[in-house]
Design a protein around this ligand. Structure first.
Ligand code: CAA
Ligand code: NAD
Length: 302
C-alpha cells in the first residue's frame, strides 16, 4: 500500500486519551507535549522512582518553555504548568493504565523481544478500538506488531530528542496498517504541533537511516586517529551548521540506543560497511557509560 497524506473525508479516530509506556527521555518528552496540547496522558514505567524523575523532567522542561511563551506573564506561565501537569497521571500497572486509551505509544528500551513481549501483553488488556504505536528508532514496525492481533491498528510514531523542541514526527504505516489508523496517527502528530512525514517501514525510516551511519562513522574516524573528538564536533558544527557535533549528539541520544540500532542493522545486513561496529562504542556501553543520562559517555557531565 502506498501511503501518503490522504485528504480523504475524516475517517480517523480522534485521539484524546493516551498511554505512554516508558518514562525515559523520549516518553517524558512525548507525555509533556501531549499533555500541553490538552490530551489526558497516562505515563507508565517500571518503578515509582523512575516516574517521579519523569515528572521532574517534564516540570523542568515546561519551565523552559513558559519562560519564552509567557515571558511577560509569569503567573499565567505557572498556571499553564499546573494545568499541563494535571493532565499527566503515572502508573506502574500497564493493565489499568491502558483502559480508556485511544492510543498506546511505546517508548521503552530499543530491543525487539522486550517490545514484542510488552505489546503481546497489551493486546489482551487494551480496549478493541485502541491504536498501538511504537517510537522505535530502528526496528521494523511489522516485526513489533507481529506479536499482536491488531495489525490494522498498529503503526509507528517516531519523535526526536528533545521532543518539546524538535518539530518532526515520522509516521510509519506497515503493509497491514489501515488507512484509518495511519490518518489518526498523522492527525495526532499535527495536533501536537509537529510536522509529520510519511515513512515506509524500512530500517531507520528516513532520518536515522541517514543519520546513525554518520554518527558511527564519526566514532570510527576518531578511532582511526584522524581527528580528536573535540575537533570533529567543532568541524561538524561550524562546517555544516549542525547544532551539535556527532560526539555531543551521541551522548545526548544515549550510546546504548545508538549501539542497539547499529547491532540490529548489522545482524540484518552483515556485509554493509555502513553498519560496521566500533570498539570504543562497544566498550563505553559495556562500562555503562551511556552518555548524558548516566553522567558520562564520550564526554563527562557533572
Ligand atoms: N525542553 C524545553 N526547552 C528546551 C529543551 C527541552 N528539553 N532543550 C532545549 N530547550 C530550549 C532552551 O530553553 C532554549 O530556549 P531559548 O532559545 O529560548 O533560550 C533553546 O531550546 C536552545 O537551548 P540551549 O540554548 O540550551 O542549547 P542549544 O541552542 O544547543 O539547543 C538543542 C539545544 C535544541 C537540543 C539543539 O542543540 C539541537 O537541536 N540539537 C540537535 C538535536 C538533534 O539532532 N536531535 C535529534 C537526535 S536523533 C533522534 O532523536 C532520533 C533517534 O531515534 C535517535
Ligand atoms: P531511556 O533509556 O531514556 O528510557 C527508557 C525507559 O523505558 C526507562 O525509563 C525504562 O525504565 C523504561 N522501560 C524499559 N522497559 C520497560 C517496560 N517493559 N515497561 C515499562 N517501562 C519500561 O530511552 P529513550 O531514549 O527514551 O528511548 C526509548 C525509545 O525511543 C527507544 O526505542 C529508542 O530507540 C527510541 N528513541 C530514542 C531517541 C533518543 O534520542 N534517545 C529518539 C527517538 C526514538
Amino acid at each position: 500500500i502506498r501511503r501518503g497524506f490522504s485528504s480523504s473525508a475524516v475517517r480517523n479516530v480522534v485521539i484524546k486519551q493516551v498511554t505512554i509506556i516508558g518514562g525515559g527521555q523520549m516518553g517524558a518528552g512525548i507525555a509533556q507535549v501531549a499533555a500541553s496540547t490538552g490530551h489526558s496522558v497516562n505515563l507508565v514505567d517500571t518503578s515509582d522512582d523512575i516516574l517521579k524523575k519523569s515528572i521532574k523532567t517534564i516540570e523542568g522542561s515546561l519551565k523552559r518553555v513558559v519562560k519564552k511563551k509567557f515571558a511577560d506573564k509569569p503567573e499565567a506561565g505557572e498556571e499553564f504548568i499546573q494545568k499541563v501537569l494535571k493532565n499527566v497521571s503515572t502508573s506502574t500497572d500497564v493493565g489499568s493504565a491502558v483502559q480508556g486509551s485511544d492510543l498506546v505509544l511505546e517508548a521503552i528500551v530499543e530491543n525487539l523481544k522486550i517490545k514484542q513481549d510488552l505489546f503481546s501483553r497489551l493486546d489482551k488488556l487494551a480496549p478493541a478500538h485502541t491504536i498501538f504505536a511504537s517510537n522505535t528508532s530502528s526496528l521494523p514496525i511489522s516485526d513489533i506488531s507481529s506479536a499482536t492481533n491488531r495489525l490494522d491498528r498498529f503503526g509507528g510514531l517516531h519523535f526526536f530528542n528533545p521532543v518539546p523542541m524538535m518539530k518532526l514526527v515520522e509516521v510509519i504505516g506497515t503493509s497491514t496498517t489501515s488507512q484509518e489508523t495511519f490518518d489518526s496517527l498523522l492527525n495526532f502528530s499535527k495536533v501536537l504541533g509537529k510536522t509529520p512525514v510519511s515513512c515506509k517501514d524500512t530500517p531507520g525510516f528516513i532520518v536515522n537511516r541517514l543519520f546513525v551511519p554518520y554518527l558511527y562513522e564519526a566514532v570510527r574516524l576518531y578511532e582511526r586517529g584522524h581527528g580528536s573528538k573535540e575537533d570533529i564536533d567543532i568541524a561538524m558544527k561550524l562546517g555544516v551548521g549542525y547544532p551539535m557535533g556527532p560526539f555531543e549528539l551521541s551522548d545526548y541520544i544515549g550510546l546504548d540506543t545508538i549501539k542497539f540500532i547499529m547491532d540490529g542493522w548489522r545482524e540484518m545486513d552483515p556485509d554493509n560497511t555502513l553498519f560496521a561496529p566500533s570498539e570504543l562504542m562497544d566498550k563505553l556501553v559495556a562500562e555503562g557509560k551511556l552518555g548524558k543520562k548516566t553522567g558520562e559517555g564520550f564526554y563527562k557531565y557533572k
